[in-house]
Write a protein that binds this ligand. Structure first.
Ligand code: URA
Length: 256
């Protein structure tokens, strides 16, 4: 029985720095530097400069963070319209976010928005990135524009900032600002069910309209409701930069 290495077609193997660069990690030079600094592993082993990998099967990590390098990986940014639901399949046959993006390759939403919430949501077939973006330990920020009925008092804003008592516990400190008379901007890094609605309700300001305007570094005010686009390499890179920073527990001394 030939070893798995010999079962691969030779052209499936490519230089690691080329594979990393294509995945949006940085220029080849930057990727080479990461390899030299021994921050890259391939299938659990520290990689060497010049090493060849098969992007379809090799498990590549930088600073312990899994990096999706398969060529079939796609990353969509969708502006979810009101009324569309986030689950992949709805028993009531309502329209879902999956209906708004290409059917192949099959993608899944990263986290969820309520049916009555609008705004940005990512969809991808990169399970590792989904995990990192939704796992509370990475604390990726999500920004919401929140319309309320009457101008919130300073006290209400202070409470929202400090954390409010909900039935599933006190919320983490949030960034909260008043952008207009009845419009709040709230940035949270937790992802509890209907969290922003429940936070606002708990300080006496039921939400009239809720729009997610940012996911980590990703913004796009020109994307119309129902429209989607692929993430740019630069955007993917900026997401990974945040994750790597959190993962390595301190600022990186590299410009990715
Ligand atoms: N907070 C909410 O209340 N709803 C959402 O859809 C997202 C965050």
């Amino acid at each position: 029985m030939p070893s798995s290495e010999f079962e691969q077609e030779p052209q499936q193997f490519e230089r690691l720095q080329k594979v990393l660069a294509r995945a949006g990690i940085g220029s080849r030079r930057v990727c080479e530097k990461l390899i030299v600094e021994q921050r890259v592993t391939v299938d659990g082993k520290i990689s060497e400069l010049g090493e060849k990998v098969n992007p379809e099967v090799s498990q590549i990590e930088i600073d312990g963070l899994k990096i999706g390098v398969r060529q079939d990986l796609v990353y969509y940014l969708l502006n979810k319209p009101i009324g569309t639901i986030t689950t992949s399949k709805d028993p009531q046959e309502r329209s879902t976010v999956i209906d708004l993006v290409p059917a192949h390759p099959r993608v899944f939403p990263v986290g969820r928005l309520d049916a009555d919430t609008e705004g940005l949501i990512l969809l991808t077939n990169d399970g590792d990135l989904t995990h990192y973006l939704t796992h509370p330990s990475f604390g990726v920020e999500k920004e919401y524009l929140v319309q309320v009925e009457v101008k919130p008092s300073r006290n209400a804003i202070r409470e929202l900032r400090q954390g409010v008592e909900l039935e599933d516990g006190v919320t983490a400190p949030a960034k909260v600002s008043l952008v207009d008379e009845k419009l709040l901007k709230i940035v949270i890094h937790e992802g509890r069910n209907r969290q922003v609605r429940r936070m606002c309700e708990s300080v006496g300001h039921p939400v009239i309209r809720l729009v997610r305007s940012r996911i980590g570094p990703i913004v796009d005010s020109s994307l119309h409701p129902g429209a989607f686009r692929e993430l740019k390499n630069q955007e993917l890179k900026s997401i990974r930069k945040i994750l790597l920073k959190d993962f390595s527990n301190g600022p990186l001394n590299h410009s990715f």
